[in-house]
Design a protein around this ligand. Structure first.
Ligand SMILES: C[S@@+](CC[C@H](N)C(=O)[O-])C[C@H]1O[C@@H](n2cnc3c(N)ncnc32)[C@H](O)[C@@H]1O
Length: 422
């Protein structure tokens, strides 16, 4: 997609064409949708200087991206604009909102009439979240089409009074220019995702330098960033959504107060939201020693990946008086059951040294035909194991594969029911 074809979509006629397409039908049969659009005289009129095929492609791409965008932005995606890369790289709304809350709280004391900066703003997910909280913000992006898309999103959401976007190189921003700064460097190159921080755009050390030079900043990093790579002056927050680790947010300056490490668990699926609350935190406790290690107790705790990646398993275990099964594996057990978004709890029925034969007979004794297999610290192929168990019966069981010391073990568990301790 090029800028002129995209801009043709922003005209009244363009918006009318977009609104007239059923996205689900277009996703089901792209060819039929394209052929209908080619026959629609309004499409060629959107920009008579462009080939009709390019306009058809721009319309259809936008409709399909809006449909895909619902997973990240909910119903709002129907009004937004995207590029394929821009959607792929954008922050989902629940995470952008969460971070923007923290930035907006700091804004009055650090901005002093200036605008915040969103360097590498992409299609604008983070910038929009800030502006929606009343924070004036300037986005910068190096890609002209992305800039046009971000501008369209600002306008579509009625935020033109607070947000603007310019084309530019984030690396050229003067250090300290933005007293409140957000930066989300591109982690994708021409050949897909890049893992070497020096290959981010702008490179990681440039982005970290700009963040450190600002009075208050947040830098978005990959969820798997090694702890050794964390800047010393930043507080780090690992964020998961519905049990999937999404990113590490690094907080600098006035935003770095509080714990050095935090796990934040967000939920956007409706059921989970209602049941467990939208957000839960776990903070590093510098006074806490390593978690105790002990034999399995009645309840097995499987911590959320944000808790595991932030190295806060000892803090999680301490909350329930729990003990690890092995000092290197992130499962712990406790005598009581405590419900929290920070972990899943299973009731332990049996603990066995791992052997297919013994496991098969234990599963059979439980009459379990539905077997869920989870593992940490085990090399067993879980799909193959499920097949090899040849389980049948009306009951369900969760088999947890792990190791204790150097020995492989399995725990037969069931979803913990009954009243929770909190
Ligand atoms: C990960 S995306 C940002 C996504 C954005 N936070 C959102 O949620 O929509 C990174 C963006 O950085 C832009 N970019 C890459 N290198 C840049 C540079 N040197 N200066 C400015 N923008 C850059 C890319 O065009 C891309 O849009």
């Amino acid at each position: 997609m090029h800028v002129p074809a995209f801009e043709a979509l922003l005209t009244d006629a363009g918006r009318e064409v977009l609104a007239g397409i059923d996205p689900k039908a277009a996703a089901r049969d792209r060819l039929a949708a394209a052929s209908r659009l080619r026959g629609d005289p309004r499409v060629a009129d959107l920009d008579p200087g462009l080939p009709v095929s390019e306009l058809v492609n721009a319309v259809l791409t936008q409709v399909l991206l809006r449909e895909r965008g619902r997973a990240k932005f909910g119903d709002r995606a129907e009004r937004m604009f995207f590029t394929p890369d821009g959607l792929e790289q954008s922050t989902r709304r629940v995470v952008a909102d969460h971070r923007a809350e923290r930035m907006a709280r700091a804004a009055p004391s650090v901005l002093d009439g200036a605008a915040a900066g969103d360097l590498c703003c992409g299609v604008g997910a983070d910038l929009l979240a800030l502006a929606e909280r009343g924070v004036p913000v300037e986005g910068v992006d190096a890609d002209p089409l992305t800039v046009a898309v971000a501008r369209a999103n600002i306008e579509a959401l009625g935020l033109s009074g607070l947000a603007r976007v310019r084309e530019g190189d984030a690396a050229e921003a003067a250090p300290g220019r933005y007293p409140l700064l957000f930066c989300d460097p591109a982690r994708r190159g021409g050949r897909g995702r890049v893992f070497d921080p020096a290959a981010y755009s702008p490179p990681w050390d440039v982005a970290a330098g700009l963040a450190a030079a600002s009075g208050a900043a947040c830098l978005k990093a990959a969820p798997g960033i090694p702890h050794e790579a964390l800047p010393e002056d930043a507080a780090a927050e690992w964020i998961s959504v519905d049990g999937e680790l999404k990113e590490t947010a690094l907080w600098f300056g006035a935003l770095a107060g509080g714990p050095r490490r935090r796990a934040t668990v967000l939920h956007e699926r409706e059921g989970l939201l209602a049941r467990e609350g939208a957000v839960a935190h776990l903070d590093a406790d510098p006074g806490l020693g390593p978690a105790p290690v002990a034999a399995a107790r009645r309840y097995l705790y499987d911590p959320d990946p944000a808790v595991v990646r932030s190295h806060l398993v000892a803090e999680a275990a301490a909350r329930v008086d729990g003990a690890l099964l092995d000092e290197r594996i992130a499962y712990f057990t406790a005598d009581t059951r405590t419900v929290s978004p920070l972990w899943r709890v299973l009731e332990v029925l049996e603990v066995l040294p791992f052997s297919l034969k013994r496991l098969r007979s234990a599963v059979r004794k439980l009459n379990a035909g539905t077997v869920t297999v989870k593992k940490r610290g085990s090399a067993v192929d879980t799909e193959k194991l499920r097949r090899d168990l040849r389980a049948s019966g009306p009951e369900s069981v969760t088999v947890v594969l792990t190791r204790i010391g150097d020995r492989p073990f399995c725990l037969l568990c069931r979803e913990a029911g009954g009243p929770a301790a909190d």
